[in-house]
Design a protein around this ligand. Structure first.
Ligand code: KIV
Length: 310
């Protein structure tokens, strides 16, 4: 278990009623785990739900330390880690492996695994089997899938199997082929009404939250007001109950232009570029390795040890 010292101790409001008894005075306080019901309970609290993606141990550790509530092991890993042009190529096994790494790293945030393209498109039974693998093998505490009313029966089946589900509507990266690109949704009356209908259908099916991606702020605000479950926005304005972004976009580790909704808080790629160039120069100029990075001979090893082979 990762060391949780030097990090905030979170309030008991995050703990479900059945959580273990309060620690005895003097015992190390472990931050309360965020759960799907505790995310749902945040609706209307005025406390923004903080979400970010992560796909590996070190970044998940950093996201937890920063105080995020929810980590999504997103299929955006296909783009930002594996270099694919779309999210369609990532496999269930790849998401499971990434989810295991993230789970090993975190103490507090809820870990949600994305259901990859093709893993919930055939039938309810297959959807259930794939989501169960994400939970049992990956350790995911919830799953996310894209789509609205037409996927509500899948959400309901997963929820009935005790797998919390986060919905995802609006701009749907997995629908890039059927929609002919990455399209902002909700800009016409028909499209805005369809979004609200989708959101209500997911809520009815038992989703504990819904991601709104690439939706005009005013439409996202109205949907947020109409729902009993939290909305998590990405390119959907500031009225959503929470926000989510892709880790690599936030720290500046994605190559090429970022979407309009991304705010970059660092330029980690430039820091890495400089570090790597400095290493190259040091090796070429004989400045690395120096004595500081080199092991001495063992006391029992004579200088002419290689002659002992004869
Ligand atoms: O895969 C992903 O990263 C997502 C977003 C909601 C961030 O689905």
């Amino acid at each position: 278990m990762a060391d949780s010292k030097d990090r905030p101790v979170y309030g008991s409001t995050e703990s479900p009623a059945s959580s273990p008894p309060a620690p005895i005075a003097g015992e190390k306080q472990v931050p309360s785990k965020v759960t799907a019901p505790s995310i749902l309970a945040r609706k209307g609290s005025g406390q923004a739900i903080l979400c970010l993606t992560a796909y590996d141990w070190p970044t998940a550790r950093l996201v937890d330390e920063a105080g995020f509530d929810l980590i999504l092991v997103g299929d955006s890993m296909a783009n930002v880690v594996l270099g694919h042009a779309s999210t369609l190529k990532i496999s269930l096994d790849q998401i499971i492996s990434a989810t295991r790494a993230v789970k090993r790293a975190v103490d507090r945030p809820l870990v949600v695994a994305d259901m990859p393209f093709g893993t919930y498109h055939v039938c309810v039974e297959e959807t259930l089997a794939n989501a169960l693998r994400l939970v049992r093998e990956g350790g995911a505490q919830a799953v996310k899938l894209e789509g609205g009313a037409s996927r509500a029966h899948l959400v309901q089946a997963l929820v009935e199997a005790d797998i919390p589900v986060m919905g995802h509507i609006g701009l749907l990266p997995q629908s890039v082929n059927s929609r002919g690109g990455y399209r902002i949704q909700g800009r016409t009356l028909e499209s805005a009404c369809r979004l609200l209908d989708d959101a209500l259908a997911l809520q009815e099916a038992g989703a504990f939250a819904v991601v709104l991606e690439g939706v005009p702020a005013a439409v996202a605000q109205r949907i947020t007001e109409r729902l009993r479950i939290p909305t998590i926005g990405i390119g959907a304005g500031d009225a959503c109950d929470g926000q989510i972004l892709v880790f690599h976009d936030v720290v500046g580790l994605t190559m090429g232009p970022a979407p309009k909704f991304v705010k970059r808080y660092a330029n980690v790629a430039d820091i890495m570029r400089k570090a790597l160039k400095d290493l190259v120069a040091d090796i070429q100029q004989g400045n690395f390795p120096t004595a500081e990075h080199t092991y001495d001979l063992g006391l029992d090893l004579p200088e002419d040890w290689d002659r002992h082979l004869e």
